[in-house]
Ligand binder design. Structure first.
Ligand code: FE2
Length: 470
């Protein structure tokens, strides 16, 4: 019999070990990690884990960040959340219904016996629902719908853990653009439900990609709220954000970036930043953007750094090019400041059509903002203008393609989307590129040569850059 793998992350080693020993007696196979980051790494590397038992106090990626990661990468995982005490639970301001919305299968408050967790692990097959305790598989009515295939993401049925809480509606596919909704969000996964509606062998369940984006937005707002609760002054926050990006950069260095390449890109990025800082007007705009969105600094910094790394690798780019893309990285999104405040944080995939139109116009708004600053070269302006245009023509605002796009904008386009992705999902660049390589068709929107250069700069431990700096 295969033992079920359970990942335990608690702040108390003694408690983890004694729970693990207890679970082993019933043929569960426990594994132990100590931080949120380790959870993510373990889940990414090991697809056999069915359940995560996570302490609310977990550090280095808090529990909400870990949940956001799980629902992006392994939405079928069962999650048990453990609080150290009733006081900690109360202070978290979570309620049973918000916990369900987060996708947590069950929560526990210490002190409680290990048996309680064991019962829940074993009882995963029992159907339960958060919306209505009386609802059961018998009176559930599946609804058939006609929806475009493009709206869906699929997930292997066999990866679902029994009792895993779904945070999106789940469907089975009946035919082209034809789906049957068989699980509502908030419900626990039930194999009986699926069997009832299909006697055929089902390999995948489907959910709408937009619902996942909605969930991530919801979690982002919770994470933001909990960050703002701490009585930090704006200045400290700014410093923390900077430290965050520096740490990430540090980690990239440790996890396999070429030291010379890293050093060169970092110096370049810092040089660009200090040039911009010397110009009070422009710096004020950058500061405004950062205070609106503390992540904006990390994103700009990383975009600048990655763009520089690509330039060092790419045969036709030189130091001047690096400087242009480095500057542009800090200016591309200034136009977001002109959007209504409520729209700045929205994920584009959940925006209303009029919001999308406003968002997609932000490259033009950025240009308007810097129009009077004559010291900004036209080349930088061209990068800003085209920084969301994709080589396959699916970008915005103009939807131009291939050779119509300003070449340096292609570098910044990739670097900025990639930075945003790894910051949002708290991944190292290596983890990020590994994930994106698996998303079918995703990288087609970028210039293949640029991706190749970026990957080679991530993969090589030591390379001689074109400028030869060490
Ligand atoms: Fe942008």
């Amino acid at each position: 019999m295969n033992s079920e793998q359970v990942l335990i992350c608690d702040i108390n080693d003694e408690w983890s070990n004694s729970l693990g020993e207890f679970l082993k007696k019933s043929a569960f196979s426990p594994q132990y990690v100590h931080t949120g980051k380790e959870i993510q790494k373990d889940l990414f590397d090991n697809s056999e884990v069915t359940t995560l038992i996570m302490n609310w106090g977990v550090k280095e990626h808090g529990p909400l960040e870990v949940l956001r990661f799980i629902k992006t990468v392994t939405p079928s995982l069962r999650v048990f959340l453990v609080f150290e005490s009733q006081v900690e639970f109360d202070e978290s301001e979570l309620t049973p219904s918000t916990i369900v919305k987060l996708g947590v299968t069950k929560y526990f408050i210490k002190p409680m016996g290990h048996q309680k967790i064991m019962t829940s692990l074993k009882g995963g097959q029992k159907f339960d629902t958060w919306k209505d305790g009386n609802e059961s598989d018998e009176n559930f009515e599946a609804v058939e719908m006609e929806i475009n295939d493009k709206e869906f993401t699929r997930i292997k049925l066999k990866s679902f853990a029994m009792g895993a809480r779904t945070v999106f509606d789940h469907y089975i596919k009946l035919g082209k653009s034809k789906y049957l909704k068989i699980l509502h969000r908030g419900e626990s996964f039930s194999i009986n439900r699926i069997k009832k509606y299909s006697d055929k062998e089902i390999e995948y369940l489907y959910f709408k990609s937009s619902e996942r984006a909605e969930y991530i937005n919801y979690l982002n707002s919770l994470i933001k709220k909990s960050a703002s609760k701490s009585s930090l002054k704006a200045n400290t926050k700014l410093k923390m954000t900077k430290t965050g990006s520096e740490l990430l950069v540090e980690e990239m260095y440790q996890t396999g970036l070429s030291p010379s390449l890293y050093k060169e890109s970092k110096e370049m990025t810092e040089g660009v930043h200090s040039t911009l800082r010397d110009n009070p007007d422009i710096y004020l705009h950058i500061r405004n953007l950062i205070s609106e969105d503390p992540n904006a600094y990390s994103k700009a910094y990383l975009t600048s750094l990655f763009s520089g790394m690509i330039c060092i690798q790419i045969p036709w780019a030189g130091k001047i090019t690096s400087n242009i893309v480095g500057q542009a990285a800090f200016l591309i999104d200034l136009g977001l400041l002109k959007l209504p405040p409520t729209e700045r944080d929205l994920d584009p995939s959940v925006m209303k059509p009029e919001e999308v139109a406003r968002y997609q116009n932000h490259p033009n708004l950025s240009l308007e903002l810097i129009e009077s600053y004559r010291f900004i070269p036209d080349t930088v302006r061209s990068v800003i203008k085209d920084h969301h245009e994709y080589v396959n023509g699916e970008g915005f605002p103009r939807g131009i393609s291939g050779g119509q796009i300003y070449p340096l904008a292609k570098i910044v386009c990739f670097a900025s989307e990639f930075s945003e992705y790894i910051l949002k999902n708290q991944l190292t660049p290596q983890e990020g590129i590994r994930e994106l390589l698996q998303v079918k068709g995703y990288l087609h929107r970028f210039d293949a040569e640029i991706i190749k250069c970026f990957i080679s700069s991530l993969m090589q431990k030591e390379l001689t850059s074109k400028t030869g700096a060490m």
